[in-house]
Ligand binder design. Structure first.
Ligand SMILES: O=C(O)CCC(=O)C(=O)O
Length: 285
């Protein structure tokens, strides 16, 4: 195994995260960002309506001033040539073995003045999701999250807020068992994940993290891509599946959800990326 992969694995084990620089080459990242922003603008209204509907049920979702869209891979594949980048694949395979699957391809645009989000871990550890592993959880990494920096991430524009080492705790502030930690307040050891456009923050989904405020005068643009082992049941995140209906619709809950990949989008993916989406392709017609 090469030195960079060994280092990345050690960091994810020990610190809960690592930052991989230059995943998207610097001379290509502007084009990728333009394609993602353009796709997001085309679907923005529907996303805002979805979020409003979940808030109307009394659930906490999203942050004011953050425009997000689920399943952006259906609307642009501009970033797809780098989804199977060797460092990301090496780390995913080291934790999960072969047959890694992509479980999420969203985008987020944090606009100037956007607020701070609450401390949470990602699905299936986020306790506010209708489908989640209840706390206290065993010490197991089940899902890897990545945040792709399509603009530079800085403390000013809001590099993702992290609590290093928090991935080994038995819970996170989205649960009520964390000894009264205020999920909306700054945490003493928090820090911003920063990097230049084209870098990827890769973290254990248990990691406590929060949407940062954007105090700059420009959008902070990112992709959220998650990698799951073949044995993690993703069905509760598939709208229309029996599990999603039982656990989310019938409980009036909120969940992390991911639209199926259209056959047209799937056909446009590079050959080395297709196997990671194959489980989520919608039926033809
Ligand atoms: O936008 C960010 O930096 C954090 C996003 C986040 O909290 C998440 O993907 O769960």
């Amino acid at each position: 195994m090469d030195e960079q992969t060994t280092d990345a694995i050690r960091r994810v084990h020990q610190d809960g995260f690592t930052i991989l620089e230059g995943v998207i080459p610097s001379d290509r990242v502007d084009g990728v960002r333009a394609a993602v922003v353009d796709a997001q603008l085309r679907i923005r209204e529907r996303s805002a309506a979805e979020q409003a509907a979940i808030r109307a049920k009394g659930h906490r979702v999203g942050v004011e001033g953050v425009a997000g869209s689920r399943g952006i891979v259906n609307h642009t594949q501009a970033f797809a040539p780098w989804l199977a980048e060797s460092r990301i694949m090496n780390v995913s395979h080291a934790f999960f073995g072969d047959h890694v699957r992509i479980s999420c391809t969203d985008c987020v645009i944090n606009q100037p003045g956007c607020g701070r989000g609450y401390w949470h871990a990602d699905w299936p550890y986020n306790q506010t999701n209708a489908s989640h592993i209840p706390v206290p959880y065993p010490d197991a990494l089940l899902h890897l999250a990545t945040i792709w920096m399509l603009t530079d991430f800085t403390p000013e524009n809001g590099g993702t807020l992290l609590v290093p080492g928090s991935h080994r705790y038995e819970g996170n502030p989205s649960a009520d068992n964390m000894g009264g930690i205020d999920r909306d307040a700054p945490y003493p050891t928090e820090f911003h994940a920063v990097g230049s456009a084209g870098s990827v923050l890769l973290y254990d989904s248990r990691m406590w993290h929060a949407v940062p405020p954007n105090r700059s005068d420009a959008d902070r643009v990112a992709l959220i891509v998650r990698f799951a082992p073949w044995w993690l049941n993703l069905e509760p995140t598939r709208p229309g599946s029996p599990e999603h209906t039982a656990m989310v619709i019938e409980t009036d809950g909120k969940n992390y959800a991911q639209p199926e990949v259209t056959p047209q989008a799937y056909a446009a993916l590079p050959d080395d990326v297709k196997p990671m989406y194959r489980h989520w392709v919608a039926a033809e017609g």
